[in-house]
Write a protein that binds this ligand. Sequence first.
Ligand code: NAG
Ligand code: NAG
Length: 448
Amino acid sequence: MRTPLGRGICFVCLVLSLRVHGARCHVQDGDVSHDTFDLTEQQDSTKVFMGHSKQHEGLHHLRHTRSESNLGHEVVQSLRDHLFSRIHLDLKPWAHSGISLEMVEQVYCSYNTQSFRLQIIDQTMYIVGETREFPFFQTNMKLLLADVWARYEGRLPDVDLVIQFDDWIPPTLNGTHPMCPHQGPIFTATRKAEDWWGVLCPEESHRAPPGWLAYRKLIMRSAERHPWDHRTSKLFFRGGATGTRAEQLGPDFAAVQSPHLDVQLSNPSNHVSLPNQCSNKYLLHMDGNTYSTRLKLLMLCNSTVIKPDSPHQAYWWHLLEPGTHYVPTGRWEPGTASVHLTRLVEELERDQEKAQRVAANGFELVRSVLTFDAVLEYWHRLLMAYSELQTFKPQLHPDAMTLADSILALPAHVQRPFGERTCQICGHVATPEQQGLYESGYYRSLHG
Ligand SMILES: *[C@@H]1O[C@H](CO)[C@@H](O)[C@H](O)[C@H]1NC(C)=O
Ligand SMILES: *[C@@H]1O[C@H](CO)[C@@H](O)[C@H](O)[C@H]1NC(C)=O
């Protein structure tokens, strides 16, 4: 099941119809570098395509880039607009009511899940009530927010909101509390279509070492070093046995590998780094517990990404068109994974043009649209749109600590148990019993 958002636009048509001639563009992008490139030089696709052509002059194979994957400036812009269009859809549930302080307090005081509250007041960011679980996610998100601050300081709105870091968004408690009955928005990296109380935001993985800016480059370099004809004709996968992966692949999977498959659940002895996975023509992507942040990395390999449909959403996944940016696997009967996937690879082996086209489309989408600048811009636009719905002026919360202190202090001075959050308006909404249910994973099992 895919997100129903934005189905109206056909990007292949955009790519084909919006070929721009004669415009000079300055790419505002750290990744593509700040070189000016000239769209009059259509014949030299590398220049248009890569922007910083000098660096790539020695790479002969780049000269043969297919012209339909040379996204011009206007195509990239319209794709970015489509990326950002998700923000208003996610905030729609509060378009009429607005977002009240009670709603933010309800979220802050209801959900004993890993989370913190972000306040921005007079251009200063504050972290409020950071919980103890999964400190890496929270630390990386704080670093990402610091990047947003560094880029947009002076243009940041005052906001007060809650970000959660669990794999699953916790259930709605709409209407359950007498003082704070209305469900507030919960910022989250992933949700399902029906989770209307979740607002998708660019996730902390963009700041996970070595950071999106460098990681993108590392993988793209590796993609360049592996011309298509030198890649294996295998479908490759390494990933933990999270979620239903083991079940989907089936118990016999490892035993019946075909020459076209190198699909293994990770163990300490079979590790292959992401850049090195670019030596394969085909890369399998599977959900983990919910969505997996790895999809963007796999696409940068310029390999054909093959993946089952996913009920999960992330802030950029509405851009993905099955058959254009990846090859959908379709369903398979239990126990037939290896036969099914082998057949799929054999079909692509017979249709290399399609395989390479899908690979290039996926690559180009992530390379041109999902830049670090776009990530920061998404956050900024999201904060702006959110602040417009706030019906209150954010006041510094008693649990607040500046973002700088929060990043630089010892974790023990920053994190606090959920029960120690100051809840002035609603009181702690979650009953001790509810809290116990969160901890036991009860809501997760209901919801995941
Ligand atoms: C991606 O692969 C195609 C061949 O499948 C090749 O023509 C193109 O140059 C590659 N792009 C990059 C940036 O490596
Ligand atoms: C949430 O609850 C309020 C009443 O407390 C109700 O008016 C509103 O329609 C509910 N929202 C949704 C999306 O169910």
